[in-house]
Design a protein. Structure first.
Length: 190
C-alpha cells in the first residue's frame, strides 16, 4: 500500500473523496473530515458535542450564592413541574436530554432546536419559557453555566433506578408554578 498523501508517513487504507479518491491513513481521515465533502462516506461520523466540557458552577460556588441557588431552581423547578404534567414519568436520562437541548441553544447557539424525542422537545420548550420569563435578564454565559450545573447534578444523582435526580428535585426543589413561586410538598414557596 502507498503512503498517505496527507501525512506522507503512514500507510493509506481508506479511500478518500477529499484527496481525489486516494488512500489516506485513519488518523488523517479522522482529523481532516469535512461535513460537506465527507457526507455519505462510510468513515464519516458527525462530530459529537462535548457537553461535559461546557463550563458550569462548582458545588462551592452554588453553596455560597443564594442568587445561583435561586436561578438554578428556575430550571429544576420547571423540570419538576413538567414532570408533574407528565404524571411523573420522566427519568434522569430524560432530564439530561432536555438540559442538553437547552445547552444546544444557549451554549452552542443552535438557531433551531429539535429533537427526535417529543418528550425532550416539550421539556425543552417548557423550561425555555421559564428561562425567558424568570431569568431573562441574565447573560447567556451565566444561563449556560446554570444549565450545565443542573445537568451535572442530574448525571451525578442518577444511579440504580434511573430516577434519583427526578426524585431529588421533586422532594427538595419542588415545582415551578410561576415567577419566583414553587410548590414543595403541597406548600407554596416564594
Amino acid at each position: 500500500m502507498a503512503k498517505c498523501p496527507i501525512c506522507n508517513s503512514r500507510k493509506g487504507k481508506r479511500k478518500c473523496a477529499v484527496v481525489d479518491d486516494k488512500f489516506v491513513c485513519s488518523l488523517c481521515c479522522g482529523t481532516s473530515r469535512d461535513e460537506e465533502k465527507c457526507d455519505g462516506c462510510v468513515y464519516y461520523q458527525a462530530p459529537r458535542r462535548k457537553y461535559n466540557a461546557v463550563p458550569y458552577f462548582s458545588v462551592l460556588e452554588m453553596r455560597d450564592s443564594f442568587d445561583l441557588d435561586d436561578e438554578s431552581r428556575v430550571l429544576e423547578g420547571g423540570l419538576s413541574a413538567f414532570n408533574a404534567e407528565q404524571e411523573d414519568t420522566l427519568t434522569d436520562l430524560d432530564a439530561i436530554g432536555i438540559y442538553e437541548l437547552l445547552i444546544d441553544k444557549y451554549h452552542f447557539k443552535d438557531a433551531h432546536i429539535s429533537s427526535d424525542n417529543p418528550l425532550w422537545q416539550q421539556g425543552f420548550e417548557y423550561i425555555d419559557i421559564a428561562i425567558e420569563t424568570d431569568i431573562k435578564d441574565l447573560n447567556e454565559e451565566r444561563i449556560t453555566k446554570l444549565i450545565a450545573t443542573v445537568r451535572t447534578s442530574a448525571r451525578k444523582h442518577t444511579a440504580i433506578t434511573g430516577c434519583e435526580y427526578m426524585t431529588f428535585i421533586r422532594q427538595y426543589v419542588g415545582q415551578r408554578i410561576g415567577t419566583g413561586a414553587r410548590l414543595l410538598n403541597n406548600t407554596f414557596l416564594s
